[in-house]
Design a protein around this ligand. Structure first.
Ligand SMILES: C[S@@+](CC[C@H](N)C(=O)[O-])C[C@H]1O[C@@H](n2cnc3c(N)ncnc32)[C@H](O)[C@@H]1O
Length: 501
């Protein structure tokens, strides 16, 4: 096979994926008692990378890294390669190749990412993917392999079977997607199962490529955690932990006292039970070589050696004097109830510093100071660490080994970095924030970003924005245009897109 027609016809929305960031993976591994290589100088391999929407920003962030993407869809691999050439990035390339036929000469990688690939390829490619992870993973390297979990997909099988049966496989992918939307409308009047109705409502608004590749593609094989861990094991890979947000985490008493084999058995059983209890649909497994130093279930003890970042807000007036649960929400809309005043203070401090991360000890000291300034009691370190660790496990706060340095003012003549400007200019590319998040920018927002070349001052930007408003037939008063520019610049700054003056 020399291409994948369905992905050529309906390319995947190639987005930055925060949970695949090697600095975050390294930090998570550390919480599992495992030291991974420095991401800044790492070799990074992404399997099934689409057009490189995730890999290219990583290569941009770490110029000393060496990044390789593998993608079988000719259209997507070609689009990524053209964009890399346009950027002039020397440390990243996308190979138009089949995961199942990679040459050993690719060498070893410190991080291997395979997001949204494993469950969507035939069994032989699944085996090849794990074999390649083992073959190419460096001694202390980490592989991230996400997969769909059968526990959560069981009730949705009926929907996939019905969409497959009621749409025409001879159509092109976009045409079949269109037909599937009509079938969803029909099913909405026929079915009553609330789980299915909720999923159908979501699919109506989801990206066409998601609906197609999840529900209409030839291969889609959710599996249990135990089956996945067993397959990984057969390829000489060990499950190290979960890289994605979790609703709950496994705790094993006396884990450190157990021999590795007994602990792995108990741990894996607990993970499987959790999937059944929570109807888990998706997992992001962190894997290491089976000859690497053994990992453990995650513990808070390693948190003091790490940095943390967070982007949280709250509608409540935060009470730093009372241990009363208050809700914080992240940009994805996920809510986190935080009770401990010290951790509420930490959430506020981190969010004010975003996208920079703070080293644990600096964060703890700042949280103590903020609580004290608001009349709260002293913050004990041990409970603070455990509560912050719980927030990290839920992905309300992200651990990292890369604090990052970012501008704190746009300056008189703001300059966005070249990747952001190129992404803003290129149709089909999403602008990625410094912490690997996808930014939803409208056309004026993209145009303004693309224009931030360090040569334009406030009045130049005003003239430019005014032109755009005129062209769009918007009759905005001067003050409204100025306010719009101010807000956009704040957003670019907050997402780490502006270079230090
Ligand atoms: C569901 S998409 C996920 C894309 C990307 N990783 C992401 O998460 O946005 C799966 C990707 O794997 C690619 N793919 C599937 N089988 C492949 C193979 N045998 N070799 C290389 N790439 C493959 C597809 O073309 C597609 O781009």
């Amino acid at each position: 096979m020399d291409t994948l027609a369905s992905y050529d016809e309906l390319p995947y929305d190639s987005l930055p994926l925060p949970e695949t960031q090697p600095d975050v993976l390294a930090a998570l591994a550390k919480l599992h008692g495992f030291d991974a290589p420095d991401p800044c100088t790492a070799r990074i391999l992404e399997l099934g990378c689409a057009q490189g929407g995730n890999l290219i920003p990583l290569a941009w962030r770490w110029p000393q890294s060496d990044c390789v993407g593998v993608e079988l869809s000719r259209v997507q691999a070609g689009a990524g390669t053209a964009f890399i050439r346009q950027l002039g990035l020397p440390n990243v390339r996308i190979l138009h190749a089949d995961i199942a036929a990679l040459p050993d000469s690719l060498g070893e990688f410190d991080y291997i990412i395979a997001h949204g690939v494993f469950s969507w390829v035939p069994p032989a490619v699944q085996q090849a993917l794990l074999a390649r992870c083992r073959r190419h993973l460096s001694a202390r390297g980490l592989a991230y392999v996400s997969f769909n979990v059968s526990a959560g997909w069981q009730p949705l099988r009926r929907l996939r079977a019905t969409l497959l049966a009621r749409t025409d496989a001879r159509l092109t992918a976009p045409e079949r997607h269109h037909q599937a939307l009509q079938v969803l409308d029909e099913l909405a009047t026929e079915w009553t199962d609330p789980v299915l109705l909720k999923e159908m409502a979501y699919l109506k608004t989801a990206a066409p490529s998601y609906l197609f590749h999840e529900y209409l593609a030839d291969s889609h094989a959710p599996m249990s955690f135990a089956e996945f861990a067993g397959m990984a094991d057969a390829h000489g890979l060990r499950y190290l932990g979960e890289a994605g947000p979790r609703q709950a985490r496994v705790e094993i008493e006396d884990a450190w006292g157990l021999i590795p084999e007994s602990m792995a058995g108990r741990w894996h059983d607990a993970e499987s039970s959790l999937d059944e209890a929570l109807a888990t649909r998706f997992r992001r497994a962190l894997l290491a070589r089976d000859d690497a130093p053994c990992g453990q279930p995650p513990l808070p003890d390693a948190l003091p050696g790490l940095s943390v970042y967070a982007d949280l807000a709250s509608d409540d007036e935060i009470d730093l004097a009372a241990a009363q649960a208050q809700d914080f929400v992240n940009p994805a809309g996920n809510r986190f109830a935080i009770t401990l005043p010290g951790v509420k203070a930490a959430a506020m401090i981190l969010s004010a510093h975003y996208p920079a991360a703070l080293p644990y000890h600096a964060l703890y000291a700042a949280a103590c100071g903020l609580v004290q300034a608001h009349g709260g009691a002293g913050v004990d370190e041990a409970p603070f660490r455990v509560a912050l660790f719980d927030l990290v496990m839920l992905h309300g706060a992200m651990p990292t080994v890369w604090p990052g340095q970012f501008a704190d003012t746009p300056g008189m003549q703001p300059r966005a970095h070249a990747l952001a400007r190129a992404q803003a200019r290129a149709p089909g590319w999403v602008v990625s924030g410094a912490r690997q998040v996808a930014l939803a920018l409208d056309d004026p927002g993209r145009n303004l970003l693309a224009a931030l070349d360090g040569q334009r001052n406030e009045s130049d930007l005003m003239a430019l924005m005014q032109q755009q408003c005129d062209a769009a037939g918007r009759d905005w008063p001067h003050a409204q245009v100025a306010e719009r520019i101010r807000r956009q610049l704040w957003l670019y700054l907050r997402q780490g897109l502006i270079e230090q003056a």
